[in-house]
Design a protein around this ligand. Structure first.
Ligand code: ZN
Length: 174
């Protein structure tokens, strides 16, 4: 059983590494961010095209080890169609999986594509940062996007992004 899990982990990681999802660039992205993991030499660029507060298109371009590329590919696969709030929640789940923390009982990790496999990275603590790179890069981008918008519409910063449902994105340009 143990060996089977190891094999599954390797197969899934290598499949994403060889055929990364979301590797098409987005020319009209609404938000973008670059991330680096100097400990391993991984570099990543994440871009999103939004439709309201939902992710319409994802672009992930990663130059790095198999785990960083595979994690970025899983990100691209799972966040399309999700709201920004859902994306941030998935990022928290990934972090919990990698750190061996409890996942909230109402979360079905099995519904999140291949993400569950990332818990195999726990056995390689030095690689946890590789697996987290795409997620932290994305969450930073969403946070600054939301912070920028909050400033723009003059809402207090204690408002935790709740109001953005009422706000359209036309000011982002076409
Ligand atoms: Zn790495």
């Amino acid at each position: 059983m143990h060996d089977e899990l190891d094999q599954l982990y390797r197969d899934v990681i290598m499949e994403h590494y060889k055929f990364p999802r979301g590797n098409k660039d987005i020319s009209d992205a609404d938000l973008a961010n670059m991330g680096q993991n100097p400990a391993c030499g991984d570099e990543i660029e994440v871009k999103l095209k939004l439709d309201g507060d939902r992710v319409k298109k994802v672009s992930v371009s990663c130059l790095g080890c198999a785990i960083s590329v595979a994690s970025g590919s899983m990100l691209a696969e799972v966040i399309e169609g999700k709201t920004l709030a859902e994306v941030k929640q998935i990022a928290r789940i990934v972090k919990a999986l990698l750190k061996g923390e409890d996942i909230p009982a109402d979360i079905n990790v099995g519904e999140l594509g291949d993400i569950e496999v990332l818990k195999g990275v726990r056995k390689f603590p030095v690689r946890i940062k590789c697996a987290l790179l795409s997620w932290t890069t994305l969450v930073d981008a969403i946070d600054s996007f939301e912070a920028g918008k909050t400033t723009e519409i003059g809402v207090s910063t204690t408002d935790d992004g709740v109001s953005y449902h009422d706000h359209d994105h036309t000011h982002m340009g076409t």
